[in-house]
Design a protein around this ligand. Structure first.
Ligand code: PPS
Length: 570
């Protein structure tokens, strides 16, 4: 067996206790303070415990943290670019002291590990952002997380692993560094090029990874991140199905696929070094880095956070010390005349380069347009089409808002009936009155209760939309804030149309179908919208409909025409 390269720091860590020790630790832990790990902390702890983050033996203490933030090194001088910290609430921090042992659990309460607290401190998060990410602009997703969503206190200390975080998906392609190294040894893979990704892969990626491996005379490890990636990325279930299809296009025995439960920080150059260290721990000898590696996108001024080759440059600077070689990623383009891919710098002036950007790909998926075979393998496209059905098959929510008596419910009912007449859509009506009888029967009409009511409606509508149905909501929804919450919840999952039924209050009151306005004027009903309670007008609704002078049929037609124009109707 050819000797493998050493892990970072010389020793592959395994922080798990033996079975007997773990059972004992579990029994004792019942009396210890307990912290429920966040999804990000669960990713970090998995790689701490299995040696993916070797040589770390726990969450960083203060001295190591300060040193990593300032100099990218642990206090013993070893290169380590990203702080791995356990952030907790002030309340929890106040309940524990240095020297205490705490139980770290997953969301179901399973004991994952225990930690002896060596350090407890309140970090300067802005300094951390500056040092690690080079910015405090919170359009950077990690700055946003650190400054706006993470716990104020850090705890550091050594870990004892009791039970590895559990995964029920893709278990056959999840490996610890030890397992990966053993497989490489068994297969006789001495040189391995790792490819990191958080996106679906197409033919250009297949070409470049295959070429990279061939040039290095090495095998290839496709090592996609399935922990936490950039908000808005395609979910990993879909991606892994794409990778699985793609793998069939590599020559046999050359390549393998394994999933990495990493929580990315989108830290560009520092992140590239970190990725390299992790891959070295997994037994790889080479690492592919392309343009804008682990880039977080644009800052609040519309500029890139990092230069396109900053990651490659920083990696080259530390390559020797890291003892893992950079394979620069060459952008591959399809050359029409050659019917072949080629590195962009090898294309002649007279040749035609073809490429389809991510934005163009999403547009074509959305409108069910052709995706040529030169761009992506049909099996991969089929997986993406399943995930991104055309608009005619996507779910959407129609969110009517307006005064009582404005006509919301009547239009909503008419639209529902017409959609059912057209067929092909499953429609659910969440009318204000009906919801208040079922979902929200205990709620009144205070601002707090109304907002809660709208958030419940939004939650149900989001589930319906996510699963391809049509949700038609018709509450008064008088507050902008809760309408925005609903929009933000639903928009990533499908269509969202806010329809302001802006029939004037006088008209609604004159109609007074339920006799509620008269009671509100008489003070019998309190907090009545428009009379004794506010209505905040929508600023940018997709539609406004005033029912003063039009029939319900005409109003419903306006909604259907809008849906047709947007592409939701076949
Ligand atoms: S909200 O603000 O969105 O939570 O209201 P909603 O769930 O749509 O409920 C409004 C219906 O409840 C009746 N009702 C009142 N409306 C407004 N203010 C007060 N105080 C009130 N009390 C009872 C009224 O019939 C509303 O139904 P619609 O269909 O809008 O007329």
């Amino acid at each position: 067996m050819g000797a493998q390269k050493e892990p970072h720091g010389g020793e592959l860590k395994n922080l798990y206790l033996s079975e007997e020790e773990a059972a004992e630790e579990k029994a004792q832990s019942k009396d210890w303070p307990s912290w429920d790990l966040t999804p990000r902390q669960l990713c970090d702890i998995e790689l701490l415990l299995n040696g993916g983050f070797s040589p770390l033996e726990g969450f960083l203490g203060k001295a190591d943290y300060d040193s990593v933030v300032a100099d990218m090194r642990l206090t013993d001088g070893l290169l380590w670019p990203i702080p791995i910290t356990l952030d907790v609430s002030q309340h929890f921090a106040d309940s524990v002291s240095e020297g205490d042992v705490i139980a770290l659990r997953d969301r179901e309460g399973v004991l994952v590990a225990t930690m002896t607290i060596a350090d407890k401190w309140t970090p300067d998060k802005r300094k951390e952002c500056e040092g690690v990410l080079g910015t405090t602009d919170d359009t950077h997703p990690e700055v946003d997380r650190l400054l706006n969503h993470s716990g104020p206190v850090y705890l550091g200390g050594r870990l004892k692993g009791v039970q590895a975080p559990r995964h029920f998906d893709f278990t056959h392609i999840r490996h610890s560094p030890r397992e990966m190294r053993d497989l490489f040894a068994k297969w006789g893979w001495r040189k391995v090029v790792a490819f990191q990704t958080r996106n679906p892969l197409h033919r250009a990626h297949q070409e470049l990874t295959f070429r990279a491996a061939r040039e290095a005379e090495a095998n290839l490890l496709l090592h996609p991140v399935v922990g936490l990636t950039k908000p808005g990325d395609i979910d990993y279930f879909t991606r892994v199905r794409c990778y699985d299809r793609l793998m069939q296009h590599y020559p046999e025995q050359t390549s393998t696929l394994s999933l990495l439960p990493l929580a990315m920080r989108m830290a560009g150059p520092r992140e590239a070094l970190w990725h390299g260290i992790i891959r070295k721990n997994y037994g790889c000898t080479h690492f592919i880095i392309g343009r804008d590696h682990a880039g977080p996108g644009k800052d609040s001024k519309g500029e890139d956070f990092y230069g396109p080759y900053d990651a490659q440059d920083l990696f080259v600077e530390h390559q020797e010390e890291l003892d893992i070689s950079l394979v620069p990623f060459k952008q591959m383009v399809y050359v029409q005349e050659r019917a072949q891919y080629a590195p962009v710098d090898e294309v002649e002036d007279h040749e035609t380069q073809l490429n389809i950007s991510g934005t163009e790909l999403r547009r074509r998926l959305k409108h069910n347009l052709e995706l040529p075979e030169w761009f992506s393998f049909p099996e991969v496209v089929a997986v993406l089409r399943e995930r991104h059905p055309p608009l005619t098959e996507q779910g959407f929510t129609l969110f009517f808002t307006g005064f009582s008596g404005s006509g919301k419910s009547t239009i909503a009912n008419a639209v529902m009936t017409k959609l059912m007449e057209m067929g092909g859509r499953r429609v659910t009506l969440l009318d204000g009155d009906v919801v208040r009888k079922n979902l929200s029967s205990e709620l009144g009409f205070s601002k707090e209760h109304r907002n809660l009511n709208i958030e419940r409606i939004g939650f149900v509508a989001s589930e319906i939309t996510k699963n391809g149905g049509v949700a038609i909501c018709a509450p008064i929804a008088p507050y902008r804030g809760s309408r925005r919450v609903v929009r933000e919840l639903i928009e990533p999952l499908g269509g969202f149309l806010e329809i302001h039924v802006n029939t004037p209050l006088e008209v609604c009151e004159a109609r007074d179908r339920k006799g509620l306005y008269a009671k509100a004027r008489a003070g019998v009903i309190k907090e009545f919208t428009g009379i004794s309670d506010p209505y905040e007008e929508p600023e940018n609704p997709e539609m406004r409909i005033d029912t003063t002078d039009i029939t319900i049929d005409q109003a419903a037609q306006q909604v259907l025409l809008k849906l047709e124009k947007l592409g939701y109707l076949a």
